[in-house]
Design a protein around this ligand. Structure first.
Ligand SMILES: [Zn+2]
Length: 384
């Protein structure tokens, strides 16, 4: 019970930031005296400090602010095809250090990647304040991560198959800390629900459009990962029985209708133009180009068609649009909402709001830190 309550308070401070004792009482539902005892314990452990602020001119005792101490740290790692990033994130969410090393696309070999991560980790750790305690590490990878053992089963763009990344990293690094691995889109979803466009919302569908369409589901504040860990492949939701072939081998997947290539096709552009060509379409739409706006409108119709199914199946509070779908949202919104109005069950219709991602490309790295914090908060409580 005591540990569960300590965890509740630590989590509330980690996600909500500094708060007065009265605020913690209100946020956690614990009694005032229980909060007093538990906060004192967290201060003793060095997890939080109490800072007396001035009373703002009001009479009576000033209410001290309970602040998470960012000497408690986790490490976050993101592996991309063309770069590797490492960040140190303090309790409460501040990014204390962040470094990224670009690399060419032919340097994704696992041994090289592990050495790159270890050397970035060493430099980040060396730059932390003395007395910092590193609790754990989270790693975001663009691939399928098996739930039972955190094996990276397949990461096609990195050309990895059946990689035990946890073991390899622990062998290469001089740190003895627990390491957790997750799918980058799942972790982006987690970051958006904790610190991004849907901060504080516990039931979120995240959808990120690039060449493919990735995504993740957050339900009751946790990643929905499925029996093997591969849930969230929103891009491969079948939406068009007479559609075009998908990279996965099926036909008519959601990403064949709402990915980059579909948008470029609708706008009459070459479909291999990638990110640059999509950015051109976004600026053409912003300047009112009629034919481009029509392409976005049709895109919105398909987006709404697929998302209506997700809303009916999952009853989320928020849909967050990442990748190019974030900036595209104003241009697809009208038709998207028409589809939702037509197809979403009336009982869940009012629950859902739409947001453009506001973490952008940082989302997977921040999500990796939150994966690490899931474990770190429990470990901190167990030590107290
Ligand atoms: Zn597919």
């Amino acid at each position: 019970m005591r540990q569960a309550n300590l965890h509740t308070i630590l989590r509330s401070l980690h996600l909500g930031g500094a708060a007065s004792r009265s605020r913690i009482v209100a946020d956690t539902g614990l009694t005032r005296s229980a909060v007093g005892v538990l906060v004192a314990e967290l201060v003793d452990r060095g997890y939080v400090t109490e800072v007396r602020s001035d009373s703002g001119g009001k009479r009576g005792r000033p209410s001290p602010s309970v602040e998470p101490r960012s000497k408690n740290v986790v490490l976050a790692v993101e592996v991309l095809v063309d770069s590797v990033a490492v960040a140190a994130v303090g309790l409460g969410g501040p990014v204390l250090r962040s470094v990224r090393r670009d690399r060419s696309r032919d340097q994704t070999e696992i041994g090289q990647t592990v050495r790159d991560i270890a050397s970035l980790v060493a430099s980040v750790v060396a730059s932390l304040d003395s007395g910092s305690k590193i609790w754990s590490m989270g790693v975001a990878v663009p691939g399928l991560v098996r739930r039972s053992d955190a094996m990276v089963i397949l990461a096609p763009n990195l050309r990895w198959e059946n990689i035990d990344l946890v073991e390899l990293l622990r062998d290469e690094m001089s740190l003895e800390i627990p390491v957790f691995v997750g799918n980058e889109a799942d972790l982006a979803a987690l970051a958006e629900s904790r610190r991004g466009a849907a901060a504080g919302i516990d039931d979120v569908v995240y959808l990120s459009g690039e060449v493919g369409v990735g995504g993740g589901f957050i339900s009751s504040a946790q990643i929905v990962d499925g029996v093997s860990g591969f849930a969230g492949e929103i891009g491969h939701l079948p939406v068009n029985i007479e559609g075009v072939p998908c990279n996965c081998g099926a036909v008519g997947c959601f990403e064949t209708e709402v990915g980059e290539e579909a948008l470029l096709r609708r706008a009459g552009r070459a479909t291999d133009g990638g990110r640059v060509a999509v950015a051109e379409l976004l600026s053409a739409a912003a300047s009112g180009d009629e034919s481009v706006l029509e392409a976005f409108a049709e895109h919105g119709r398909w987006l709404g068609f697929g998302i209506a199914g997700l809303v009916n199946a999952l009853n989320p509070s928020a849909i967050v649009f990442g990748g190019f779908l974030g900036p595209a949202l104003p241009f697809v919104l009208e038709n998207l909402q028409k589809q939702l109005a037509m197809r979403v069950l009336s009982v869940v219709q009012d629950d859902v709001s739409l947001f453009a991602s506001n973490l952008g490309p940082d989302a997977p790295l921040l999500g990796a830190s939150e994966l690490a914090w899931n474990h770190a908060l429990e470990a901190m409580v167990l030590e107290s």
